[in-house]
Write a protein that binds this ligand. Structure first.
Ligand SMILES: Cc1ncc(COP(=O)(O)O)c(C=O)c1O
Length: 376
């Protein structure tokens, strides 16, 4: 196994312990330069590059992305991020009055908001399922089973944001099928992080792609299994009537597609990391850090069967969100304290630059916080 990728390959402040690329991504210097080179190349002939020449180039990126995610067949479009893709789904979905749309409260807040609005506009019901921590697979499936009765649609994260829960996707898809409920999967934490054989069984899959590969911000995708839905961007533009979904998303008003065109190179770099053993080493470091955090009294947000490879969330008993955030910031440790959970929790994500020293720093800072030295 190679040594971790040097921090200097990234733009990160060396005076911080950075365990949170899962929020905003962490592009390498090389890939930012690559996106800049693409941007400069587009400038040579914008009439072609942003006009007729664009959709075919985006199409070949979309094909590559589909292969990486195991989403073959169907239709793939590139988006700016998961929020755009989910808004397009919600704005294009014909809900009937009285329809029920089911989401767990632990789904990403922007995703819930978009479906809440779609439901309000079409007199449908948004059903938000609350899942007390720590989440067990039985509790999750029991509550979903109740909520899905008569439901039209459910949106499920393959790996959730605040809890870092890796969904038992095969079981969720089976349950939804038994209830005749359509499933859309939020795969924002999948590319470059994990693999799900069942993704292609969902009716739609969407996500942000710059979180776990070293891609410049921002990039995302939307995949539909078949043509039973026609999805157009929520932002209405002149290509709205195009036949292919890829084309409908290729013109969103004047925009900069450079980060999307840079995706293949970011995928290549992530593949080199994998081949060097860096991803396996990151998984091992995540396991070690998780066990150290349990030893100092933190409580895993999910059962061992629902754990994601390199991202974990822990309840900090007795902690207050604001004081913990202030403490972590003062100690120059970057881990989010999610605002959408009832409990006070911290979530860490391990990337290829992280070392055992980073993990120990987080353990030490949390031990100090728990031990009462909470003054920042
Ligand atoms: C599970 C999940 N879904 C959706 C999003 C939204 O991503 P973006 O803000 O890039 O659109 C995030 C962002 O953190 C996320 O974690």
């Amino acid at each position: 196994v190679s040594a971790p990728e040097p921090l200097e390959s990234f733009f990160l402040d060396p005076d911080r312990t950075y365990l949170n690329h899962a929020s905003y991504g962490a592009p390498t210097r090389a890939l930012m330069a690559h996106a800049d080179a693409i941007r400069a190349e587009l400038e040579r002939d914008t009439e072609l590059a942003l006009g007729l020449g664009l959709a075919p180039r985006l199409g070949s990126v979309a094909d590559r992305l589909g292969r990486e995610l195991g989403l073959t067949g169907g239709q793939m479009a590139l988006t700016i991020n998961a929020t755009e893709a989910n808004n397009a789904l919600a704005a294009s979905y014909d809900l009937r009055p009285g329809d029920r749309v089911v989401l767990a409260a632990t789904e990403y807040s922007s995703v819930i908001e978009a479906w809440a609005l779609a439901c309000r506009r079409q007199s449908a019901h948004l059903v938000v399922v609350h899942l007390p921590l720590p989440i067990t697979q039985d509790a999750l499936l029991d509550r979903l089973d109740d909520a899905l009765t008569g439901a039209r649609l459910t949106v499920v994260s393959a790996i959730a944001s605040s809890t870092a829960m890796r969904a038992p996707l095969a079981e969720v898809l089976k349950l939804a099928e038994d209830h005749g409920t359509e499933v859309f999967v939020d795969a924002s934490h999948v590319l470059g992080h994990d693999e799900f054989d069942e993704l292609g069984q969902a009716a739609a899959v969407f996500g942000t792609t710059h979180k776990w590969i070293p891609a410049p911000r921002s990039s995302g995708f939307l995949w539909l299994a078949d043509d039973s839905h026609t999805v157009s961007p929520a932002l209405v533009a002149l290509s709205r009537g195009a036949d292919s979904m890829l084309e409908r998303f290729s013109w969103r008003g004047t925009w900069d597609p450079a980060t999307l065109l840079a995706l293949p190179a970011a995928l290549d770099e992530a593949e080199r990391w994998r081949a060097r053993g860096l991803l396996a080493a990151s998984c091992a470091l995540a396991d070690e850090l998780a066990s150290d955090l349990e030893q100092i009294g933190l409580i895993p947000a999910v059962d061992p069967s629902l754990v994601a490879p390199r991202m974990r969330s822990f309840v900090v008993p007795g902690a207050d969100k604001d004081s913990l955030r202030t403490f972590l910031r003062a100690k120059r440790v970057s881990v989010p304290v999610p605002g959408d959970l009832d409990d006070t929790a911290v979530r860490f994500a391990i990337n290829v630059y992280n070392t055992a020293a980073d993990a120990q720093r987080l353990v030490q800072v949390l031990r100090d916080y728990i031990g009462g030295s909470r003054a920042a």
